[in-house]
Design a protein around this ligand. Structure first.
Ligand SMILES: *Cc1c(COP(=O)(O)O)cnc(C)c1O
Length: 397
């Protein structure tokens, strides 16, 4: 997945354009910037690639989620439905606005279970936030039906699945809003960065203003701009955007390499009896950033994970027992350990995350292993990795 594996002169040249003018900010200083508008250039190219009308670049994927929620009017006491298997940014972005995360089970897509989503809807629900984990997507058709029926927002977190598609639409472009991260380990990177995409003009204008202190961005004098709403600073720097301009041009090449490498690994693992693959919803096309598979039970999965690392196969993840991506690992969140008092809406409305029954998610995550698909390996090296993986897993079955 990581775009940093293929970083080179293209990125350096774009950054140099910015260094030569010294205008490190994305707004203003028109006379000094030698015509370089890297953030704007990225936004135009990204909106086009993602087949959407609007793109707002921001400082991270986490800020993209916060800005998207704020732009669509999600705030204090509103409930946002999110999955148990995700990155901490999901609940961080929701809670930053005083909104309340509602965690529900995943299914064998490794993303939101539509049945669990519908059960969790209350009069306070405002948004459904599917997270397209590890290169593949939630059942967006089912989630769209639910969000239409209950008049809810559908906000896609596509940070880990850039370039995948559903019903022929790029992931992120199917819902009302889509969010991306360009942090250092994502498929394309800006160093740090993120984006919101939408076809809704109001959400776009709100995003543009919210991520820059509420500035209306009308005219050429920043000091004279008005502030239609309160905002914050989630701006990206021109230097980071410049890296992204070069990386975005390589996205389709990266995806082709990922697909090649993924296919080699998948083929080798298909021969292992007892191993099955994560379900990809009908019409879905993965971005091939991970190969995700299930073993018969948690005990075998844990053994397989150890066998993989003993064989020297790196970058295989057993999410069930690590501190990153599954509710089991989020002790700080389950116990609401915050530096300062939390908004009362969160304290009074949030479910008890220590006692809620997530056994359905446990049953799936306990059996799941994900192998990162690297960009920098040669075909020969990927074949070697695939053979080692199959042998290691076979040895514990
Ligand atoms: C990386 C990631 C984010 C957050 O992105 P940052 O740019 O690191 O803030 C959000 N959601 C998912 C699923 C991610 O993988």
């Amino acid at each position: 997945m990581p775009g940093f594996e293929l970083f080179g002169n293209e990125e350096r040249n774009e950054v140099n354009d910015v260094l030569e003018s010294g205008v490190l900010m994305r707004y203003g200083f028109d006379g000094m910037r030698n015509g370089h508008w890297k953030a704007k250039e990225f936004e135009t190219a990204f909106a086009k690639r993602m087949d959407t009308k609007h793109c707002q670049l921001v400082s991270s994927g986490t800020s993209a989620l916060t800005v998207a929620l704020a732009a669509a009017g999600v705030g204090a006491g509103d409930e946002v439905i999110m999955p148990t298997f995700t990155f901490v940014a999901s609940f961080e972005s929701i809670m930053a606005l005083g909104a309340v995360p509602v965690l529900v089970d995943i299914d064998d897509t490794l993303t939101l279970d539509p049945v669990a989503v519908e059960k969790a809807i209350t009069s306070k629900t405002k948004c459904i936030m599917p997270v397209h984990m590890c290169g593949s997507m939630a059942d967006l058709a089912a989630l769209k039906r639910i969000s239409n029926k209950h008049n809810l927002l559908l906000l896609e977190d596509a940070c880990q699945a850039i370039g995948g598609s559903f019903e022929g639409k790029p992931l992120g472009a199917y819902g009302d809003l889509g969010c991306f991260s360009f942090d250092f380990v994502k498929t394309i990177t800006c160093g740090e960065g993120g984006a919101v995409i939408t076809n809704n003009e109001t959400y776009y204008i709100n995003s543009d203003q919210y991520q820059d202190h509420g500035h209306d961005h009308i005219g050429k004098d920043r000091g004279a701009e008005t502030h239609p709403h309160l905002g914050y600073n989630f701006r990206i720097s021109e230097l980071n955007a410049a890296v992204g301009v070069a990386q975005l041009r390589k996205l389709d090449d990266f995806l082709a390499i990922q697909k090649r490498n993924y296919t080699i690994i998948r083929k080798a693992l298909s021969k292992v009896d007892g191993l099955t693959f994560r379900r990809v919803p009908v019409t879905g096309v993965e971005n091939y950033s991970f190969v995700n598979f299930f073993l018969p039970n948690a005990e075998v999965a844990e053994k397989a994970h150890s066998a993989l690392s003993e064989k020297g196969v790196d970058a295989c993840f057993y999410w069930f027992k690590n501190n990153w991506h599954y509710i089991n690992g989020w002790e700080h969140f389950r116990n609401l350990k915050s530096l300062a008092p939390l908004p009362k809406e969160i304290k009074t409305q949030i479910q008890d995350l220590n006692t809620t029954d997530f056994s359905k998610s446990d049953a799936i995550m306990g059996r799941t292993i994900s192998s990162l698909v690297k960009l920098s390996l040669t075909e020969e090296q990927v074949r070697e990795r695939a053979t080692k993986m199959a042998q290691a897993i076979q040895s514990v079955l």
